[in-house]
Design a protein around this ligand. Sequence first.
Ligand SMILES: Cc1cc2nc3c(=O)[nH]c(=O)nc-3n(C[C@H](O)[C@H](O)[C@H](O)COP(=O)(O)OP(=O)(O)OC[C@H]3O[C@@H](n4cnc5c(N)ncnc54)[C@H](O)[C@@H]3O)c2cc1C
Length: 375
Amino acid sequence: MTHIVIIGSGFGGLTAVKTLRKLGYRDPITLISPRPVLFYFPSLIWVPAGLRSEEDLTIPLDKFFKRHDVQYHQGNVISLDPNARQVETDNGTVAFDNLIIASGGRFIKKLPGIENAYTPCEGYAQTKAYSDRLAALESGTLAFGFGGNPKEPAAMRGGPIFEFVFGIDTMLRKQKRRDKFDLVFFSPAPEPGKRLGAGAVKKLMLQMQKYNIRTHLGHKMKSFSPDTVHTEGGDIESDLTMFMPGMTGPAWLQKSGLLLSEGGFIKADAQCRVPGFRGIYVAGDSGSFQGPDWLPKQAHIADLQAITAVKNILAEQKEQPAEHQFKTELICIVDTLNSGMLVYRSPKRTMLMPKMVIFNWAKRLFEWYYLRAYR
Ligand SMILES: Cc1cc2nc3c(=O)[nH]c(=O)nc-3n(C[C@H](O)[C@H](O)[C@H](O)COP(=O)(O)OP(=O)(O)OC[C@H]3O[C@@H](n4cnc5c(N)ncnc54)[C@H](O)[C@@H]3O)c2cc1C
């Protein structure tokens, strides 16, 4: 009998559970996370318009765990001993034969005055606090931006910021108060969103022009104060600032004994293996994977990597080579609240579909379909 331990009840962790059971693994699975819930980040973009509540996005997992015969260990991982094959949590020690790490990433909040900016991607509370401030404002300048991790260019969360800026523009127009607000988009990158492909960047910038959203691009960030975003290329006055900093790996990795990338993520190969330790795998935002420079940190990729990790663990258990590799692709709908633009990228092609209402519906339908498995 073997014991597989999974860290994280997000996209990667739960897909690993589903895949293990689907592929016939019948031995014990223990899943460790701070709360027995799945938080569905992609629909946070609809919180400012009041289309989603905390309850809509926080899916209790008790039934899912029961159905899949998962032992749930509530706690935060604080360290790992990969040689002794033990995970240390703030609620006790868990031993494993195989380990899948899917404990997400975290934002680098080092810029001076960062507390003056909202980082909605951190969760519901931040997004709701931002939305409430916006609802109470009668007029002013709204600044939206995202940064990167200079040591790991792929570690950024730009897509949702585009969605927030376009979604809030649409919402203000619907509320007939768009003329009271000035919207500014800023980024230290001269071509923000480049990972989506050159065509997509051009299209996004043209959309901003069309909707009268000013841009301030290519200037290194300096700091934030309550009413200003300071950059090396000048200041942006702002009554309300939304900023998504670059990402790094979870803090507990510093005490994991695993090889980390310069950006602070777990180094992994195309098979999702953690080099140097047989049977330890990583999926999703916690990992630094080999792949093209546009390889996204996305829920979709977390799912593909979790499936790959499981297939390779099961192969290893049968003494077969662990040679499954995850598919490198980017699928992204940039939603604008009443419409959306689809971007698809693979090593062979990049596809950009123009803004259409159907993509807004597709995103809503996908949410319903995806969450069905956990409800
Ligand atoms: C606003 C927004 C919109 C997005 N839109 C999209 C989209 O449209 N499409 C898309 O594909 N992706 C989207 N993403 C990205 C996507 O949500 C992430 O890439 C995805 O959540 C990564 O999955 P994960 O399993 O690696 O980590 P997560 O989903 O972050 O899960 C991490 C899990 O680990 C747990 N954990 C954390 N620390 C510890 C610890 N110390 N010990 C134990 N457990 C721990 C957490 O509680 C959580 O359960 C969006 C993200 C945001 C914020």
